[in-house]
Write a protein that binds this ligand. Structure first.
Ligand SMILES: *Cc1c(COP(=O)(O)O)cnc(C)c1O
Length: 405
């Protein structure tokens, strides 16, 4: 294969050499006709796969009408989407953004403004958890607290206190008079598909109620059906005060949202926050089309069934390849394979079998397939992972090349 041309794109990503020309459902197709099974879905974004006819129709028909109007005028498609989102969730109000990080920025600002509106502006601090990921803006890298994302970017945005994942004593000790909110992903995504047990989520809700704190969920990766409920926190039977959403909500069109109760949002009056592109008519049309499919009867049950099947089949693989697979975890179609070998080796071996997977923290490989996959695609993916594991084991068994010479 010829080496790629020097790139003029800022090299912040170590990209694979694959070049895709088009997609169909759970498949991506290269220019030379290679069909690759997409179990990464553009990092949990292509919830309905590629080129879903209903989404293509929504986008193209809106494109004929109007692309952009700004937030200075009425937004009927946005109103319709916000109403449907609030009808389906705990929330009363929605702010539309273009990305996950912006949805988090809105959530963080809203939490701070709430306490300020209550006459307690000093309660601006937010507790977050080790291994968290909330985005790459200055505030969200501070919230995520990961050294590798903070290093070299100057003073960290003030006001985030990070506690170890799952350490109740540390959490309680971290709450002070300046604490205003707790921010958490119901299942850590990029941290390595680490679910927060439902009883812990309930305990967090109780703790927030007892201490007058806002509970903020980052459902950017877990939301819009990924875990088999519209939002992952529904499994715990509790709700947050504020929630950030993105990734799957646009089915591949860039879009995010911050959902909140009227009470939590009470500080966000006219002029306090804004966005030029957020709520763009193209995004709103596609967002409504995504909801048409995800909220249709039986869709979330399908996600749950495919999730169960996938996990079951992966558990069998774990028994067959104990040298490679250490653990299978996750919820519905948000699954992690923790590996004994470097996770990048398994992701690369899968790519060699024409299967896309995504690495995550804690030496995990993520499976985030489109929610529309069927049994055949689950079987196909598991077969490819099986072959990838087999090849990795064969390599491990081989004496080091050159050692015998
Ligand atoms: C991807 C992600 C973000 C950031 O979203 P962007 O659209 O990349 O800004 C935030 N939180 C979680 C949990 C994510 O998975």
């Amino acid at each position: 294969m010829s080496s790629p041309q020097p790139s003029s794109i800022l090299p912040t990503y170590a990209r694979s050499n694959l070049v895709f020309e088009r997609g169909e459902g759970a498949w991506l197709i290269t220019g030379d006709g290679r069909r690759v099974l997409d179990f990464g879905a553009g990092i949990a974004v292509n919830a309905l796969g590629h080129a879903h006819p209903h989404l293509v129709e929504a986008l193209t028909s809106q494109a004929q009408k109007v692309w952009h109007i700004s937030n200075l005028y009425q937004n009927p498609e946005g109103e319709r989407l916000a109403k449907r989102l609030t009808d389906a969730t705990f929330a009363d109000l929605v702010f539309f953004s273009n990305s996950g990080a912006e949805a988090l920025e809105a959530s963080i600002k809203m939490a701070r403004k709430y306490h300020s509106a209550n006459g307690q502006p000093e309660r601006y601090r937010i507790i977050t958890f080790e291994g968290a990921f909330h985005g790459r803006t200055l505030a969200t890298i501070a919230a995520g607290g990961q050294k590798k994302y903070l290093d070299g970017f100057g003073p960290k945005v003030e006001g985030f206190d990070q506690v170890p994942f799952g350490d109740d004593a540390a959490l309680k000790a971290a709450i002070g008079p300046e604490t205003g909110a707790i921010l958490i992903e119901p299942v850590q995504g990029e941290g390595g598909i680490r679910p927060v047990p439902t009883e812990r989520l309930r305990a967090l809700r109780q703790l927030c109620d007892d201490r007058g704190l806002l509970l903020v969920f980052d459902e950017v990766q877990t939301g819009v059906g990924r875990t088999g409920k519209l939002f992952a926190h529904e499994w715990a039977g509790i709700s947050p005060d504020i929630m950030a959403v993105a990734k799957g909500i646009g089915g591949g069109f860039p879009m995010g949202a911050c959902l909140a109760t009227a009470e939590a949002a009470k500080g966000m009056t006219a002029g306090t926050h804004g966005t030029t592109f957020g709520g763009n008519p193209l995004a709103m049309a596609v967002g409504n089309a995504v909801l048409d499919v995800v909220l249709a009867p039986g869709f979330l049950e399908h996600v749950q069934q495919m999730g169960l099947l996938l996990k079951q089949r992966l558990a069998e693989l774990k028994d067959r390849h104990p040298a490679v697979i250490a653990e299978i975890r996750g919820q519905a179609l948000m699954v992690g394979i923790r590996t004994h070998i470097p996770n990048t080796d398994l992701a690369k071996a899968a790519e060699n079998e024409d299967l896309l997977l995504i690495t995550a923290g804690d030496n995990v490989v993520r499976l985030l397939p489109p929610l529309i996959i069927g049994e055949a695609e689950v079987a196909e993916a598991v077969g490819r992972i099986d072959r990838a594991c087999q090849k990795l084991e064969d390599e491990m068994r081989q004496p080091l090349k050159g050692a015998a010479e």
